[in-house]
Design a protein around this ligand. Structure first.
Ligand SMILES: [Zn+2]
Length: 435
């Protein structure tokens, strides 16, 4: 059923070949079949990505929440798949020191520099316009102000950090430009913040059903960006006027794409669909997951986040709750919380796949151990009480709930995969049984 390459010296299982998908739960196997399909689409889009990079001065990097509502960020900004790296972490809480992230940004800068480009960081937090106190960022306890303050600090710091300075500490070369955005999930709008003002897609919606011509729309948006992000804004220090204009054009294109994306919601043609937490699975790590963009379906927890286990606990609780609610509705007795772990590797570096498997297995083991502590022994009673509270909060009568006795470590599923950076094709290499 599964092929295992053995290390001949020790006889230990070191490198797994790909697992047979028919051997695992079919609902879960579907994720990997979908991953293969998405990988093919990713490969076929390479010319489009190259064209985008040639045509624009910056390579985007997006920072967003792990929330299921934020998974369509790339699409909403009109970016070709895979042109930007996306970093998802609960509430963008990246920590004061994050060496892994620093190295990631530096690698991105090196790559951009070799192409004569800069990195454009979009730091995106989220809120709900209609339910700000209940359906904004759970990682910040729905306190939009706290999330904003953190984002302002981070963006300022990122803008200061990645510059070369001269003898008098003046900026002589800027490698990165960072901007803060706020995503209003129920409106599908992403608002861009300058130092004193902001640009809101709602200001550019068709009024009384009258469409604005696309060139005219771009012209108006560009002029608002020029006011909001003037050339003397410190984030453009050492950037020539020509490069500044090109950067604003790139930002304008993303903004205009978002205006189109949000229009149907704003004009009432389409009902907002994003509310609450509807996730059924948790994607941990990076690589293949970047291609998955369905909203309301899964959480994504990056492995560079300062407290991965905490994020797995938060998202796991929602998935557990949704599984219990689903069980109540379906009544098929299947209570499952799937964790899918993936780590990328380079096809060009021999041995990298092996290292990535080891890293992915470590991540899976630590998540599994952490949950076993919660679902067994002394912690268990406290966890079930918390879960019950969360269910009550959702208006579920505890008496109608399936028995919480079923909440044991056995309901957790672990799937471990790796994917080449070049193709993003997930290769399932181990399951929880191998941990
Ligand atoms: Zn959030």
């Amino acid at each position: 059923m599964q092929q295992v390459h053995s290390n001949s010296a020790s006889g230990r299982k070191l490198i797994y070949a790909e697992l047979d998908l028919s051997a695992i739960e079919q609902e879960d196997a579907q994720i990997y079949r979908e991953g293969v399909r998405l990988s093919e689409s990713f490969i076929s889009l390479e010319p489009e990505r190259q064209a985008y990079i040639r045509a624009n001065p910056c390579i985007p990097k997006l920072f967003t929440c792990m929330d299921e509502k934020e998974q369509d960020t790339v699409e909403a900004l009109g970016l070709p798949n895979g042109v930007s790296n996306v970093y998802q972490t609960a509430g963008n809480k990246l920590g004061a020191t994050n060496l892994v992230l620093r190295r990631e940004i530096q690698t991105g800068i090196d790559r951009a520099f070799s192409l004569g480009k800069r990195v454009l960081v979009l730091f995106i937090t989220h809120e709900s316009k209609s339910e700000p106190a209940h359906d904004s960022c759970a990682a910040w306890g729905h306190d939009g102000r706290a999330a904003d303050d953190n984002a302002v600090r981070h963006v300022a710091r990122i803008n200061q950090d990645y510059v070369d300075r001269g003898a008098h500490l003046e900026v002589v070369q800027r490698h990165l430009i960072a901007v803060r955005l706020k995503s209003f999930t129920d409106l599908e709008t992403r608002v861009w913040y300058g130092e004193r003002s902001c640009v809101d897609p709602l200001d550019f919606m068709p009024s009384d059903g009258v469409e604005i011509d696309n060139d005219e729309l771009s012209r108006r948006v560009f002029s608002r960006f020029a006011e909001t992000f003037p050339h003397d804004d410190s984030r453009f220090s050492s950037v020539s006027e020509g490069e500044w204009v090109k950067t604003l054009r790139q930002m304008t294109d993303m903004f205009v794409a978002n205006v189109h994306y949000a229009r149907d919601v704003a004009t009432g043609k389409v009902k907002p669909t994003k509310a609450g937490h509807k996730g059924q699975r948790i994607f941990v790590g990076r690589g293949a997951w970047d291609e998955f963009s369905e909203v309301n379906a899964y959480f994504k927890v990056s492995d560079f986040t300062p407290d991965m286990l905490r994020e797995c606990r938060i998202s796991g609780k929602y998935v557990m709750k949704n599984a219990i609610l689903g069980l109540k509705d379906r009544g098929d007795g299947r209570l499952v919380v799937p964790f899918h772990i993936n780590v990328p590797y380079d096809l060009t570096r021999p041995g990298d796949r092996c290292g990535s498997i080891a890293h992915a297995m470590d991540l899976a083991r630590s998540i599994k151990n952490d949950w076993e502590e919660r679902l067994c022994g002394a912690e268990r009673v406290r966890y079930l009480a918390e879960l019950l509270q969360a269910l009550k909060h959702d208006g579920v009568n505890p008496l109608e709930c399936p028995s919480l006795d079923a909440v044991t470590p056995e309901i957790l599923r672990f799937y471990i995969s790796v994917s080449p950076r070049e193709t993003r094709r997930p290769e399932l290499v181990a399951t929880g049984a191998d941990l």
